[in-house]
Write a protein that binds this ligand. Sequence first.
Ligand SMILES: Cc1ncc(COP(=O)(O)O)c(C=O)c1O
Length: 395
Amino acid sequence: MFSKRTNWNLEQNAYTRALGRHRKSGRHILDLTASNPTECGFQYDQAAILGSLRDPTALRYEPEPKGLPHARAAVAAYYDQMRPAVRVDPERLILTTGTSEAYSFLFRLLCEPGDEVLIAHPSYPLFEFLATIHDVKLRPISLVYDHGWQIDFHTLRNAIGSRSRAILLVHPNNPTGHFVAQHEAAELNALCKQHELALVIDEVFLDYSWRPAPQSRVRHASFASNVDALTFALSGLSKISALPQMKIGWIAANGPDASVRDAIARLEIIADTYLSLSAPMQHALPTLLDQWRTMQPQIMARVEENLRQLDEQLSRQKLVSRLAAEGGWYAVLRVPAVRSDEELAIRLLDQRSVSVHPGHFYDFSSEGHLVVSLLAPTDDFKAGIAALLECLAAS
Ligand SMILES: Cc1ncc(COP(=O)(O)O)c(C=O)c1O
């Protein structure tokens, strides 16, 4: 009765079952996976946020497939305040209900059933589902780690085939925290031009750049200003303003004029078919987007403090190390691969009530990786890392 594309294995994996057992037992979990900013103890400007949802102009229905002009102007103003400023034409913006819908629109725009999108791994697990739902095949390209993450252009070049339609990268990547470097962006543009591919760049974490390490490479700025290949830069409120519940994202299209014009005209029809963004949210967008000014300093302070705690505890032992990263909300720990990452994560739960993500959730190419969120309240984070290191030292 049902489509093959929904033929998922709906059984919970062993780690999720273990987590369910722990939650039921009522024991306090030191949650090193906490990444929902609305539950991490940050201070939100309640009056401004709730007040923005009471705009009386929201009583009018003005269907506008790309999003209301003043809402798109607010997004363009957000890019404009970046340093250096990124110029985004509001006519090249499409507002969506979160980035998942933006992916949905782009897969529909670019791919026939069975076409391929090349994607750098390890990466955000939702992509596999988003692609499958739209009959798109993801072709993984492993990122290479050598004192920092890099795109393996040799593998990428060899993977491009007749059904390839786009290259998808997260900038900075979740969970590796790797920004696309400037020289990598130039190579990506050349490949896209040569093979008529689009670039899809997820920039939801773009604002969360850590203080540059001494050996730091030159990072590419926002791809919203990339003109050398047809480019779709994605972002939204969930990370910029730490407001995932508001469900607003966008696509900023750029590149050669004729291709962008065509792409926008087609995206407009896709968006017009759903008109999924509500009027109250669009009227609230300028205020909600502006919340980045108070939210980002709080989040960066938390990320930096947790990183400091992590590095300090790691410096006192030799078993576990942190992979170099440049931004985002996560840290990747390299641990001895004496058992699978999932077994290790379950052991940490059972023996120390610490929850972490096993690396295989993000498709690391080998065992021996755990992912921790840097958003967890610092006391829990400190205690969780200490318990994790003790458990690993004892095993
Ligand atoms: C790389 C990446 N893109 C998109 C999202 C989700 O964005 P949204 O809430 O706008 O759908 C996440 C959430 O963690 C993410 O990690």
